[in-house]
Design a protein around this ligand. Sequence first.
Ligand code: SF4
Ligand code: SF4
Length: 170
Amino acid sequence: MSNTAYEINLQTIAAIASEKEEENDHFLRSLRHHDGAVLDEMSNRVFQGVNAVVDCTACGNCCKTLIVNITPPEIERLAVFMNMTEEDLREKYIEESMAGNCFINSVPCHFLSGTSCSIYTERFTECRDFPHLHKPGFRERFLGTLLHYPSCPIIFNTVEVMKRELKFIE
Ligand code: SF4
Ligand code: SF4
């Protein structure tokens, strides 16, 4: 698949994803026959190529669906960036679980403006790392990756290129 063949239209991706549910289920099961390290190298390499072409600032779709976990140092940094007290920031934007884990209290995220992040330079580790295709553990995470396949152009295109490289589809 060449760069120009990447599909970035969200509605088209959602429609194709619906047709490919069974295929993706088979692809998931086929991954157990491949070496994890080979898959990690491939997903990172293919992801880098797709990521260089797909413009996240023109999409922002994950910011409409993800529950974003954040850490205390990130809350501290954001309070400074937004010129707010940490207490006010927590009151307005953050929820804390019984276990003490913090997360943004709205989906879509408060900080999404149109299709872009309004706190881009201060966005959280979870936002920076999504969709996690550059990290080791592709095979073990793939079920979770598939959840976002219908809504994330980077995941959709990376998975489709990998299916071809692995000769899963021609
Ligand atoms: S902080 Fe920014 S990048 Fe993260 S979910 Fe919110 S809008 Fe998206
Ligand atoms: S990571 Fe995926 S869903 Fe999120 S903005 Fe980029 S292309 Fe869109």
